[in-house]
Each structure stands twice: as structure tokens, then as C-alpha cells.
Design a protein around this ligand. Structure first.
Ligand code: ATP
Length: 375
């Protein structure tokens, strides 16, 4: 790809950019030479990737290891009916090529983990975090901090969304200044648990794309030290000030996390609550295969259980659990799972407090179980 000039086809495609002061041919070439890493191709990553591709950002890196589910389609607009059951990156790449064949789309079909974070972030100009969990947000923050790359942060919950840019090297705080300690798994419900109005990630993801383009073009003012909060029900945008925390473990002068190799720095996205006993899906499989009797409780909703379930699992949705504790044996192991490990961690916590000492969380939930069996 020649990134020194625009072809006739590109000139035509980007004509409405070429006429904007602040973009023009120079800006368009800048976008063409730029690269963005998108963590997650779900609700936030979908609109962000579509607009960045359409705008002509030369290289888009996508990192995700998930498959498209039908319940994703209400908001994850990179994917369509033909993508259901296929890796998200496959359908994402097809769609982005259709939107703009002049750009390069690089698929990193894996999780964004402490093992690959440093290398992935180093290969791009900036990062958009479109993930839905705290460990990944801490990890993207830390990796971007050490690489001195801007991180465009977005998050959503039901009818509310937030957006900011973390770039301590340009001034402003990092994510750990806003949230010094990682909440335990299950503290914030996922879209699967809480629900989300589909347009909301469209709005926040599109704002993320806009901030990324401003950073790449070096135009305007990016929201460093400002958290934009969108309330869809009130149709309001509020801006909260975020200041660097003088006690931040990562970015303050007192920082104790001085190295990207510090095990606390790149927090393991698969971490489970430290005081909650847990087993992996491989260990669960070994228990089932051993032929010994086992008690397995699924704390998801009935419609989730009907779609996929683990053999022998008894359904007790988390919201019904307090009233149904009597159904659970007090002796022996009680293995508890949900979709990804969050709700089951809360269920195990409740069981342990309620005199069920054998409660054990299945880390990663049915998502990890299905992934393991290649479903
Ligand atoms: N560490 C990570 N590395 C790569 N991708 C990630 C990581 N953490 C989350 N993701 C991806 O971010 C996306 C988040 O999308 P979204 O919040 O819309 O939810 P979902 O998990 O696809 O759907 P649902 O919660 O309804 O099951 C998902 O595609 C998920 O696989």
C-alpha cells in the first residue's frame, strides 16, 4: 500500500474529508499511515471499527476470540445473520473489507492477555478498548501507559455510557487514577446479565472512533482528564473532571508499579476472586468424567440455560438463589457456573456465607466450557 499518495479512487472516496479544514489531503494521508488496535469487536468495537475503516485509517488491528451469538446482533453491527456461530473476527474482517478495501485489517484471534499485550500495543499508534470487563481495562491501561500510547476508553451500562482518553504521557490521569483497585469479578454485571439498549454502544463506540481520529489527526481537544457521561434516558451529556491521583500506583511519581513485568501490573484477565474457591473448566470436565456423583448448579437465566448447558447442571437463577438455598446439599462439592464466572462468583460467595462450605466457582463459566470443546 502506497501511503505517500492518494489514488484517484481514494480521492473520490474521501472527497468530503478532503474539503474539511484540518483534514484535507495531508490529514487523509495521515489517517492512511495510521494504525489503531481495537480490543473487542462487540458492542463498542463494532461501530468504532466501522467508522475508522470508512474514514480510511490505514491499519486496523482487531483482537477478540469470541464467536458471534444471535443475541449479539441487536448491537454488534459488525456482524450479521451469516456470522452466527463463526469467529467474530472473520465476520468483522469481511464487513470491513466491504466498507473499505483500501485499508488493512489485521486479525489477532485471541484474548488480549498479559502475554501479548505489550507486543500488540507496540504495533499500533493508539488503542480503543471496547472490552466489557475490568481486568482487560486494567491491562489495556497498563500496557498503553508503558508504551506511551493513548487509550480511548468507553463503557456502557443499560442506558448510560462513559467516554474518556487516558494518556498520562500527554497529561491527564490513567484508568487507575479513576479506579485504583480492581473490583472483584461479578461486581459489575455484563450485558448478558444487565441488558443494554443496542443503540447505546453505537453512540459511545462512535465517540471512541471520533476521539481516535482527532488524536491521529492532532486536531481539536481530546478529553484528557474529563469523563464524558451520557444518560440516554435524560438525553444529557455531563463532563466530570478526572485528576491524576498523586498516590496512583502506576502513573504518579510515587508509583510502585515501575515495570511492565511487575506481575501486579499486567493483571491476569482470567483472574478470579482471591477468596472464592474455583476450578477451571478442564478440572470440571475431569470431575464429570470420573463418574463420581457431582452437584452442578447453573445460576444463569432459563433462556440462557435452554440455549447451552453443561451435562447434569441444575438451573437456579441467581435472583432465585436466596429463596432456594435449601435445595443445595450442605456436604460435598457444589460446583457453580454461569456464563463467564461473574454471577457464579457472587452465588458462591452467598452459598459460603449461608453454610454451604463446598461451593466452588467454575472459572470462565459456560463460555470457557464451550470454547474448550470447540463449540
Ligand atoms: N481480554 C479481551 N481480549 C479480547 N477481546 C475481549 C477481551 N475482553 C472482552 N473482549 C471482547 O469484547 C467484546 C465485548 O462485547 P460486548 O460487551 O458487546 O459483549 P459480548 O460479550 O459479546 O456479549 P454478551 O455480554 O451479550 O454475551 C466481546 O466480543 C469480547 O469477546
Amino acid at each position: 500500500m502506497d501511503d505517500l499518495t492518494l489514488s484517484d479512487a481514494e480521492r473520490l472516496r474521501y472527497a468530503r474529508h478532503l474539503s474539511i479544514p484540518g483534514v484535507g489531503e495531508e490529514g487523509q494521508l495521515r489517517l492512511k499511515r495510521s494504525s489503531v488496535l481495537l480490543i473487542g469487536t462487540g458492542g463498542l468495537g463494532s461501530p468504532a471499527a466501522l467508522y475508522l475503516a470508512a474514514a480510511g485509517v490505514g491499519k486496523l488491528g482487531l483482537v477478540d476470540d469470541d464467536k458471534v451469538e444471535r443475541s449479539n446482533l441487536q448491537r454488534q453491527i459488525l456482524h450479521g445473520e451469516s456470522g452466527v456461530g463463526r469467529p467474530k473476527l472473520e465476520s468483522a474482517k469481511e464487513r470491513l473489507r466491504e466498507i473499505n478495501p483500501h485499508i488493512e485489517v489485521v486479525c489477532h484471534e485471541s484474548r488480549f492477555t498479559p502475554d501479548n499485550a505489550e507486543k500488540l500495543v507496540a504495533a499500533y499508534d493508539l488503542v480503543i478498548d471496547g472490552s466489557d470487563n475490568f481486568p482487560t481495562r486494567f491491562l489495556s491501561n497498563d500496557a498503553c501507559y508503558f508504551a506511551r500510547k493513548p487509550l480511548v476508553y468507553g463503557s456502557i451500562f443499560r442506558f448510560e455510557g462513559q467516554l474518556t482518553v487516558f494518556a498520562p504521557h500527554l497529561g491527564g490521569p490513567c484508568y487507575r487514577c479513576m479506579l485504583p483497585t480492581m473490583p472483584p469479578p461479578g461486581a459489575a454485571p455484563s450485558c448478558a446479565e444487565a441488558g443494554v439498549l443496542g443503540v447505546l454502544p453505537g453512540i459511545i463506540g462512535t465517540l471512541q472512533a471520533m476521539e481516535a481520529i482527532k488524536l491521529l489527526l492532532d486536531v481539536g481537544e481530546v478529553p484528557l482528564g474529563k469523563l464524558l457521561c451520557y444518560d440516554a434516558l435524560r438525553t444529557s451529556f455531563r463532563t466530570l473532571r478526572l485528576s491524576p491521583d498523586p498516590a496512583c500506583k502506576l502513573c504518579s511519581s510515587e508509583a510502585s508499579l515501575r515495570s511492565i513485568r511487575n506481575p501486579e501490573t499486567l493483571t491476569d484477565p482470567s483472574c478470579t476472586m482471591p477468596d472464592i474457591p474455583s476450578i477451571s473448566v478442564d478440572e470440571l470436565d475431569a470431575r464429570i468424567r470420573s463418574g463420581k456423583p457431582y452437584v452442578l448448579i447453573d445460576v444463569r437465566q432459563p433462556e440462557e440455560h435452554a440455549e447451552h448447558s453443561i451435562p447434569g447442571g441444575k438451573l437456579i437463577p441467581l435472583d432465585e438463589l436466596p429463596g432456594r438455598l435449601e435445595e443445595i446439599p450442605r456436604d460435598g462439592e457444589v460446583l457453580v457456573h454461569c456464563k463467564a464466572g461473574g454471577r457464579s462468583a457472587r452465588a458462591v460467595s452467598l452459598m459460603l456465607e449461608s453454610g454451604i462450605p463446598g461451593a466452588i466457582n467454575v472459572a470462565g463459566g459456560i463460555d470457557a466450557w464451550l470454547k474448550r470443546s470447540g463449540t
